[in-house]
Write a protein that binds this ligand. Structure first.
Ligand code: ADP
Ligand code: MG
Ligand code: ZN
Length: 213
């Protein structure tokens, strides 16, 4: 005997619209998207790809980056593969919020892990205003620990994408950022001279921990 399908058999208790019910509001464009992963995983490339698509859609976009990250270019977001978009460097989440213009529909933020905790509320407020917020950032620090405020941003986001690099040791899929110089501070801005992408098996924390202050 084939099982009965309640939907087909009309047994589902689906609420029916009645004339007394208020009409549904138009869909609200506000949302938070998080792109996260290790260094060299293509977070910035993916952020730029989404921004470029929004530009094709003639959306008004503003891109921001933390002032701390001046690795490549002070007023641009640049990937390791050298693609770039213009961005405003800001020193705090408060300053970011102040710079968002009324007509901006898409707010792109790179290196979100370098922002203060206030970025969580700022992103929520921007999305509540109906804007699309796209953030890229490291999910883990150089010891493999969750990198605040990324865990909170991932929790409140509508959409989370984990991108991954190639492990420089075994060629597998990398999810961690191996620090290859002796330096114990969590924030050490650098590129290939300081970090390597590694998979879980090839990732080592012992050597760098030894140098920790
Ligand atoms: P992220 O923002 O995540 O640090 P980017 O978007 O700036 O990464 O750069 C990604 C690019 O880095 C890749 O397209 C590739 O050209 C380059 N790259 C360098 N090393 C690696 C690696 N180990 N794995 C993958 N891509 C790498
Ligand atoms: Mg990047
Ligand atoms: Zn590996």
């Amino acid at each position: 005997m084939t099982p009965r399908d309640p939907a087909v058999d009309g047994e589902l208790d689906v609420p029916q619209a009645t004339p007394s019910q208020p009409q549904r509001r138009a869909p609200h464009g506000g949302r938070i998207e998080v792109i996260c992963g290790s260094m060299f995983s293509g977070k910035t490339e993916e952020l730029i790809r989404r921004v470029k698509r929004a530009l094709y859609g003639r959306q008004k976009i503003q891109a921001f980056k933390p002032r701390i990250d001046d690795r490549y270019d002070a007023t641009r977001i640049v990937s390791h593969g050298s693609i770039a978009i213009d961005a405003v460097p800001v020193s705090s989440s408060e300053s970011l919020m102040k710079r968002v213009e009324d007509r901006t529909q898409v707010v792109a933020i790179d290196e979100a892990q370098f922002f203060d905790r206030g970025i969580v509320e700022v992103c929520n407020a921007l999305a509540d205003q109906g804007r699309r917020v796209i953030l890229a950032g490291l999910d883990q620090d150089y010891l493999g620990r969750p990198f605040p405020p990324m865990p909170d941003l991932m929790a409140i986001a509508e959409d989370v994408t984990k991108v991954r690099a190639v492990c420089t040791v075994c060629g597998g899929t990398a999810s961690r950022s191996q620090r290859i110089i002796q330096e114990g501070s969590t924030v050490l801005v650098g590129g290939a001279e300081c970090y390597e992408a590694r998979c879980r098996a090839c990732f080592r924390t012992r050597d760098v921990r030894a140098g920790e202050a």
